[in-house]
Ligand binder design. Structure first.
Ligand code: CUA
Length: 158
């Protein structure tokens, strides 16, 4: 069968768009692979309130793990839940956090904790609290008009 010239052009065009499409897919797969969160750390941002452990934000004592407490934070415009928490001095804490809406920051000035909370992802950070006092949690990603008011407080108590 002899192909019409225009059919050939369209065929080439079709194959070329397929290649472009596949390489875009490849690029996004690559991007996912290099995301700081693993596949197990994904969450439906619409279902945060119903998804464990985010259905109960706050501090929870845990047994048989390398950390003593799990501290669950849910960020949303323009607050963190919990807004304040007390933790015994010397405990090792696993911070587990996500956002319900837009990108928020999660920084504790004076510590190594500086995370970005992206919708759909869960971030975790394990730290030992060796210093008593009050520590602010700050949002360091601009998230809207209430951005500068978005804080939480961690009190490390003896
Ligand atoms: Cu949340 Cu800025």
């Amino acid at each position: 069968m002899h192909m019409h010239k225009f059919e050939k052009i369209w065929l080439i065009f079709g194959v070329a768009s397929l290649i472009v499409f596949l390489s875009v897919l490849g690029v996004s797969a690559f991007h996912q692979g290099h995301h700081p969160s693993s596949w197990s750390n994904i969450i439906d941002p619409e279902q945060v309130d119903e998804t464990k452990p985010f259905d109960e934000p706050g501090l929870k004592k845990v047994e048989g793990k390398e950390w003593d407490y799990e501290l669950v934070f849910v960020a949303s415009a323009f607050l963190y839940a919990p807004s304040e928490v007390q933790i015994p001095l010397g405990s090792t804490v696993k911070i587990i956090a996500t956002t319900k809406d837009v990108i928020h920051g999660f920084q504790i000035p004076g510590s190594n904790v500086n995370m970005m909370l992206e919708p759909g992802y869960i971030v975790e950070y394990i730290t030992t609290l060796n210093q008593p006092g009050e520590f602010l949690v700050l949002c360091n990603e601009y998230c809207g008009v209430g951005h500068h008011m978005m804080t939480s407080k961690i009190e490390v108590v003896e």
